[in-house]
Design a protein around this ligand. Sequence first.
Ligand code: PLP
Length: 298
Amino acid sequence: MHPELIKLEKTFKPSILTKIADPWLLQYPIELWMKRDDLLHPVISGNKWRKLKYILDHALSLGVDTLISMGGAYSNHLHALAYVGKVLGLKTIGLVRGERPETLTPTLLDMKAWGMELRFVSRSDYRLLRQYKNWHDLPDLEPRQYWLPEGGAQPLALKGIAELVGEIAISYDTICVPCGTGTTLAGIVDAASEQTSVLGFAALKNAGFLMAEVEAMLSHPRNNWQINLDYHFGGFAKNNAELSAFIEDFELKTTLPLEPVYTGKMMYAIYDLIKKDYFKPGQRIIAVHTGGLQGKRG
Ligand SMILES: *Cc1c(COP(=O)(O)O)cnc(C)c1O
């Protein structure tokens, strides 16, 4: 790995595995654990570091000077990329979905402050950008520029996610993860044993397309995974009183922080499925905290 990345990773905190200490769970014959990737770094948190690590290594090995990617106005991916670009001394360009908002979101303000050039693109143009999957695919890419598709959805991302799975030193039956592009899920499926059930929870509405996308990313076909589409709460960043109440209650009881876009929905879903006896008695379940707590502001 590139020395700059080794140096950066040395500043990271460990992602601990912790049993969720919620008295409510004691009435059920299951064990629920959390893999705390949110602890890795305050900005390049959770799955964003896992996904970026080997992509950045590849980019640095090519000697590029600019990283370009796409995302929404609250994108944890662009936020992490802007920060890492600043740390590594690389220029960053963010293609942001939709018109420039009158007041920039806290996420966009950070990105700007870290030197990312923000280019706002119409929703229809944004959709078209999704067809460019490889680092050199973006049209009009200049020499020494490196393109990352939405959410860092590239085969190299899966290699970093595999490290998360490798760190889990206890046996378990089911591993749960929230899904945006499904890249993190694909990396977990790739790395987990075939005896493990991998359960994804879509944060987006109408996310049925995710199955085929995940399938295409896997290095070998597997049938030990599923994506639950029932807990999107109306869409990506929609607010919902029931979800907010759940998150507040969960944080109080467990002192574990959640955000409403991904990890809050996943934990709500897991609790709901536990209530409905979805998991076989005696199962040990691990929920991956993918981070994203910066998005909680504003
Ligand atoms: C980006 C993000 C996800 C989605 O990851 P994908 O690999 O795109 O499925 C999940 N959780 C958090 C907190 C994220 O920031």
